[in-house]
Design a protein around this ligand. Structure first.
Ligand code: PEP
Ligand code: MN
Length: 337
């Protein structure tokens, strides 16, 4: 349930509504949007909403009928904008993240960052804990890798995105990482999602390999229910019968999520297609469809990459793509810096 306050509601009115909700067994959470003040009733209770409509300062009471509440479009008057190192995701902004699949060495990250800097990249990605299908494949450099990417990013004025695989890694990630990525395989790792709800750092929540929009938004709800609103959804391709591409990029997710939720949605064309030459057209298409950003794998020398070289762009390809999407974005009312 959502209590929409009048524009001129006083802080006493808001306090009264919150206390009334708490007395009925809800947790009350107030959000101050540009257009309106909302009091969210968190929890599932059977109440008569007219009791709330009569309270001073209340404009209307809405029943949120979707299973996700805080993530629902109706629960916020405007789009959520997540800002990282001056880069914005959401509303009129499309943000860009680029970097290798995996952190391999200081030299590799440094060489890639040097190149990306020339393409105005402000947020670098790189995995240190890798969810590999085979237990025999390279599993990542662990904390050592995070130290490397942190130090390179600091040298180049960049922020760091890296994938967290387990709640037990949270302390390490808080030391080195600005944006915590939840991988497709962990989209329903509810313990991890609950822990990420307690931090005040942006989270990129990838869509599970076979997850529906509702399941994906319910996972976002887990993070938001804990108090962390800085969630960026990431479509990274879903599993279908088609084997030619690694996954099938569901571009419909962009308009669908925009209708269902106020959260930003970005696209990962690298894991979606698995093929470098498909990354560029799909990135252009995603920007044209109004996504709020892209996360793209780039390696300074993809032919020697330890992981996902075939889907990693050469830095010159990224630069070309950057210039193209920068031109496409304004056509759909978006800005890329
Ligand atoms: C990744 O981004 O490195 C990754 C493993 O992605 P996904 O979880 O989408 O497979
Ligand atoms: Mn990868």
């Amino acid at each position: 349930m959502l209590v929409v306050m009048n524009k001129n509601a006083t802080s006493e009115d808001i306090q009264r509504v919150s206390e009334f909700l708490e007395a009925k067994g809800f947790e009350a959470r107030v959000s101050y949007g540009e257009a309106r003040i909302l009091v969210h009733a968190i929890g599932v209770k059977d109440v008569d909403q007219r009791d709330f409509e009569l309270l001073p300062g209340v404009n209307e009471v809405l029943r949120v009928t979707t299973s996700y509440k805080l993530a629902a479009r109706v629960s916020q008057g405007c789009d959520t904008v997540v800002e990282v190192n001056g880069v914005k995701f959401g509303d009129k902004h499309a943000g860009l993240i680029a970097g290798p699949c995996t952190i391999e060495s200081y030299n590799q990250i440094d060489a890639t960052a040097q190149e990306l800097k020339d393409s105005n990249v402000k947020i670098i990605r790189g995995g240190a804990f890798k969810p590999r299908t085979s237990p025999y494949a390279f599993q990542g450099m662990g904390e050592e890798g995070l130290k490397i990417i942190r130090s390179v990013a600091d040298n180049h004025g960049m922020a760091v995105v890296s994938e967290i695989m387990d709640a037990s890694q949270l302390d390490i990630f808080m030391k080195y990482v600005d944006v915590l990525q939840v991988g497709a395989r962990n989209m329903q790792n509810f313990n991890l999602l609950k822990e990420l709800g307690k931090i005040h750092r942006p989270v990129i929540l990838k869509r599970g390999l076979s997850a529906t929009y509702e399941e994906w938004l319910m996972s976002a709800e887990y993070i938001m229910a804990g108090g962390n609103n800085q969630v960026i959804l990431c479509e990274r391709g879903i599993r279908t019968f088609e084997k030619f591409t690694r996954n099938t990029l569901d571009l419909s997710a962009i308009p669908v999520i925009k209708k269902l939720s106020h959260l930003p949605i970005i696209i990962d064309p690298s894991h979606a297609t698995g093929l470098r030459d498909k990354v560029e057209p799909m990135s252009r298409a995603a920007i044209a469809a109004g996504c709020d950003g892209l996360i793209i794998e780039v390696h300074h020398n993809p032919d020697c990459a330890m992981c996902d070289g075939a889907q990693s762009l050469y830095p010159w390809q990224y630069d070309l793509l950057y210039k193209q999407i920068k031109q496409i974005a304004p056509i759909v009312g978006k800005e890329i810096i």
